[in-house]
Design a protein around this ligand. Sequence first.
Ligand SMILES: *Cc1c(COP(=O)(O)O)cnc(C)c1O
Length: 434
Amino acid sequence: MIYYSTNKSTPAVTLKEAVVKGLAADKGLFMPEKINKFDKDFLENMDKLSFREIAFETARKFFSEDVPDDKLKEIVYDTLPFDCPVVKVKDNIYSLELFHGPTLAFKDIGARFMARLLNYFLSGNDEVVNVLVATSGDTGSAVANGFLNVPGIRVFVLYPKGKVTAIQESQFTTLGQNITALEVDGVFDDCQRLVKRAFLDEEINKRMMLTSANSINVARFMPQAFYYVNGVARLKKLGVKGERVVVSVPSGNFGNLTAGLIAREMGLPVEQFLAANNANDVVYEYLQTGVYNPRNSVETIANAMDVGDPSNFARILDLFGHSHERISEVIKGYHYSDDEIKATIKKVYKDTGYLCDPHGACGFQALEDHLQDGQAGLFLETAHPAKFIETVESVIGKDILHIPGKLKAFMEGEKKSIPMANDYGKFREFLLNA
Ligand SMILES: *Cc1c(COP(=O)(O)O)cnc(C)c1O
């Protein structure tokens, strides 16, 4: 399959090139030239398949021209040793739990798939690929754990000293092996600047192969379609049959929602998507007015959605031929303040016993505000509530009963990170000698 740039001013590339490069030469985002449809038979019978089987069928629609079936199956099955189950929360509202992976957030799925696909493309030669990732918390942990011990790949995580939570920090500083954590004396934007400069540094790029692993990478965003298909299949199994399905997506950079739109293009029966924002609501505004007005992000308690200019919005525009009318037909926008998010966590816990994290709470609330008779709602629970323990406990007023063992193990590990000045010369020297 060929991948073109959303800016359309550079030639289309192969899957391998799209994965290794991340961003197109004209700074656009790569999109698949064609979105293959699911067979009718598959859609009718998917409730009888396992998550892994569903994921493999979906992956074949994307990647079968580029990766042989036996290898693709191995990559998919290896990516998903855990489930993404659907849990009933109340009446017609269900949670698609995406937090059963190693770092307890949905980014595990894309990161693990990308690591294995990259490894497949590199195997057979001795090249080592260096993944540089700047993180404000969650991306670093998913990428570091996704790429842990994958041969031929080294990961450098740059994070701002003192600006990530202890739980987040423990998830990428305690791994060792092929993962190096660099504690930068600066803020997140400084980390991002160091990484971006390295990508543009000709000398470094001659000496070492560099790539990025954020949601602009096609190998990270497309596999997210797997769990949308699984979500609809599981709903069917739970007896949701006649109802029309509405899927609500807590959104920041919009990689997750874009993958859902792709699954719908493939024929997945989803009537409506809800884009649930926190106070960072430029897309909400676009959906209301047709005007896209990016601005600086503001801090909220759902901090993985604190994005002021979502990168994947370019993909949504491209998918719908830049038509505001079509986009706002398929996607309805909702936005919530920190106080509203807290109120939702509290209410859902009190009424149903289900504990949402601050991101999932936005997704839940959007369904409550939107659903009409004859519709069933599925919200993406994008992280385990224990990852946001302080916020969640302050709201429900008692200890979260259960901190998953995986999270505890990270917190007990030994922190190893290398202090790094906020200085490109020093960072460059470090990379060249690494
Ligand atoms: C990254 C993230 C989001 C936002 O996902 P996008 O694909 O950037 O829209 C939502 N919730 C959690 C927990 C996240 O880590």
